[in-house]
Design a protein around this ligand. Structure first.
Ligand code: DGP
Length: 125
């Protein structure tokens, strides 16, 4: 099932071309257009789910995480390590409401608790 006004559904359907890092029947992985790290890939299912809490079938979730392994090999970040990020809903500032896994790697990252996005640091925002 795809959603008409969803940009990631259009990418999944091939209506908006991307430089696919990996693609199969169920999902596609492609570079984020606003990379935060030297390697910043998004993995999205081709079917529309608004986020990871949207009753996504177990088989699909499992598949997406197998694809994480493949993409880590393809992009060369397996050895150095990487971070996964799944922004989910308003409090996480999810901007595209189609389930996607951010894969971030290629450089040392601070631990999240070293950053200034803790609740305490941002409570006035
Ligand atoms: P999030 O905040 O977790 O919803 O992140 C959405 C990400 O998607 C954001 O880092 C920018 C990226 N993005 C949005 N639209 C496009 C697009 O059309 N192409 C690509 N490659 N990335 C996109």
């Amino acid at each position: 099932m795809v959603k008409d006004d969803c940009i990631f559904c259009k990418i999944g359907a091939g209506e908006i071309p991307v430089q696919a890092v990996y693609e199969d029947e169920y999902c596609i992985a492609f570079p984020d257009m606003e990379p935060l790290m030297p390697v910043h890939v998004l993995i999205i299912p081709k079917d529309h789910y608004s986020d990871v809490a949207d009753d996504v079938p177990e088989e699909l979730l499992g598949h997406l995480f197998k694809v994480v392994q493949k993409v880590s090999d393809i992009t060369g970040i397996h050895e150095g390590g990487f971070r996964l990020l799944l922004n989910t809903g308003d409090d996480a500032s999810q901007s595209v409401r189609h389930l996607h896994i951010h894969m971030l790697g290629g450089h040392k990252m601070p631990r999240p608790n070293d950053q200034d996005w803790s609740f305490e640091a941002n409570k006035d925002n």
